[in-house]
Design a binder for this molecule. Structure first.
Ligand code: HEM
Length: 522
């Protein structure tokens, strides 16, 4: 009994000393400044308004370029200036903040955090990143894809728009640009992943292959559920009670997504086997333009089956489709909205295309380097409306220092790209759409980060820039676009991780008179 008594006292004293040590360490820490008022359990969460990027920009205006918050039980550090962002994404600090925060809803959607965009910095992430950047999204593969997969989808879109215009009164069709651009981006990525149009010999005039449409519908179910699940990420009670059956619905939709992608992998495997039987195994080139991304990964599976499992392939396919579709289509939607509100800019871009490409053929990838003004329009759109205004959240794996402040291990790092791109100290008239600010290298040295920076920066930048250049270029080359009615397009942003336009964009589209002969041939 006496022994038990001494052991209990010793444990108590030890715990007390440990507590004192931790408190002392905490006092010694120099955390970044932040709001004093914090709520029990929720911390500063109730102070954050939507959209998050403007609410956090307001906090930065009060507390400075590095702000400390408590979000639920986590430390969070918000970076709001180009200078601090540059420092954060370089050298050792870039490594120290290269993890991703883990949330229960993300775990459900990501095979236990084993997909590229949410995996922690480590061996698995490195393998996925290498496969994505070297084998799937490299400049070489993007070049190969531009002439076939991407060009084919763009031609189909031009044909559909021309038909819709021909059938419309006055030859000008009312077009839901948001939906069209989303479907085009999704379809391009689906074709890159699995070439479903070829496999299932769909009518090339259909908006999307049967598979692309089905997967799009599953994604459309999952995304709002993840939005609702954000709440239970911070309030576990809601998760345990499974309010409104969100958990059940999410699990069901994710299972269907996984089954669907596994079926796509099987179909691609079957296609490759047939090809190998026909041509002899050694004679099938897995890196040519005809091989889909799934095909490339299946060839890697042959040499390293333990690494490139079907689950690995499934995770990467779902991740790239999810990460690439909304971002690319939303950026193009913003670009078209800006052009509709600035007809002189649209005209200047059309004149550039007419004089460099001519009127006898469809613009292609080789024309893009000769269309600098189009490039300026895309850059200016990315500056004003970065699709991921807060990037993706990072997490520090060790204690580190940002801008002289202590950042404890496990802190969430949020970077306000939206605020950085609109900093009046760097950009003249930052709220205005002025593509000319990028002309003749005028913006050289000015810091922008629409694709993030450092190790976790976007691996799809090449593909996104190529797709956006080709799609916007062709839309301007073939059609005149006008607003519906006299009012300016409303540029209000919706709340969310992706910066959507609150009102889906619609416009009137009419084939340009001098392009009719080329239109017949497409
Ligand atoms: C305009 C289009 C796009 C924009 C603005 C964009 C932007 C971004 C940003 C800001 C990040 C986060 C960077 C960070 O956390 O520091 C990111 C990550 C990522 N993006 Fe993109 N992206 C675009 C298109 C694409 C495309 C087409 C793909 C692939 C098909 C893609 C795949 C990814 C992946 C896999 C990640 C996670 C990388 C990692 O965690 O290592 N993105 N993107």
């Amino acid at each position: 009994m006496e022994r038990f008594y001494y052991a209990a006292v010793a444990t108590f004293v030890l715990l007390f000393l440990l507590h004192l040590l931790l408190m002392r360490r905490k006092k010694q820490q120099r955390l970044p400044p932040g709001p004093r008022l914090a709520f029990p359990i929720l911390g500063h969460l109730p102070l954050l308004k939507k959209p998050l990027q403007t609410s956090l920009a307001d906090l930065a205006a009060r507390h400075g370029p590095v702000v400390h918050l408590r979000l639920g039980g986590r430390h969070a550090v918000v970076i709001g200036s180009a200078e601090v962002a540059k420092e954060t994404f370089s050298g050792e600090l870039d490594v120290a903040i290269a993890n991703r925060p883990h949330f229960p809803s993300v775990r459900e959607a990501s095979f236990d955090y084993s997909v590229l965009s949410v995996a922690n910095y480590g061996a698995l992430w490195r393998t996925m990143r290498r496969v994505a950047t070297v084998n799937l999204l490299s400049a070489h593969r993007v070049n190969l894809m531009s002439d076939n997969v991407i060009a084919r989808e763009i031609r189909a879109m031009v044909r559909r728009l021309a038909r819709a215009s021909a059938a419309a009164p006055g030859g000008a069709a009312r077009v839901e640009l948001k939906r069209r651009l989303f479907e085009l981006s999704h379809s391009v990525l689906m074709e890159i992943m699995a070439q479903t149009r070829n496999t299932y010999s769909d009518d090339a005039d259909e908006d999307m292959s049967k598979e692309a449409r089905e997967l799009k519908e599953i994604f459309e179910e999952i995304i709002p559920l993840l939005g609702v699940a954000n709440l239970w990420d911070n309030v576990p009670l809601l998760r345990w009670l499974d309010v409104c059956g969100v958990q059940r619905k999410l699990t069901d939709a994710l299972n269907r997504r996984n089954d669907f992608v596994f079926k796509m992998i099987d179909a691609e495997r079957h296609k490759l086997k047939q090809l190998e039987r026909k041509n002899g195994e050694g004679d099938v080139n897995h890196s040519d333009e005809k091989t889909s991304m799934i095909g490339v990964m299946l060839s890697l599976q042959k040499t390293e089956p333990d690494v490139y499992t079907d689950t690995f392939i499934n995770g990467l396919v779902a991740n790239l489709l999810g990460a690439g579709t909304e971002t690319t289509s939303t950026t193009m939607e913003w670009a078209m909205a800006l052009l509709l509100n600035h007809p002189a800019v649209m005209k200047k871009a059309q004149e550039e295309i007419d004089s460099n490409v001519g009127m006898g053929r469809l613009l292609d990838k080789n024309d893009l380097p000769h269309l600098p003004y189009l490039h300026c329009i895309i850059n200016e759109t990315l500056r004003l409306y970065p699709a991921l205004p807060m990037l993706l959240a990072h997490e520090s794996s060790t204690d580190c220092k940002i801008h002289g402040y202590d950042v404890p291990a496990g802190s969430m790092i949020l970077v306000n790209a939206y605020a950085i791109h609109r900093d009046p100290a760097i950009w003249e008239h930052p709220e205005e759409f002025r593509p000319e600010r990028f002309e003749h290298g005028r913006a050289e040295g000015k810091f922008m980060m629409p694709f993030g920076k450092g190790r976790r920066g976007c691996p799809g930048e090449n593909l996104a820039m190529r797709t956006m250049g080709l799609v916007l270029g062709v839309l301007l080359q073939f059609f005149d676009w006008t607003r519906i009615g006299d009012a300016e397009v409303d540029m209000t942003t919706a709340a969310g991780n992706v910066m959507y336009k609150a009102d889906p964009l619609e416009a009137l589209c009419k084939p340009r008179a001098n392009m009719s002969s080329v239109l017949q041939k497409i």
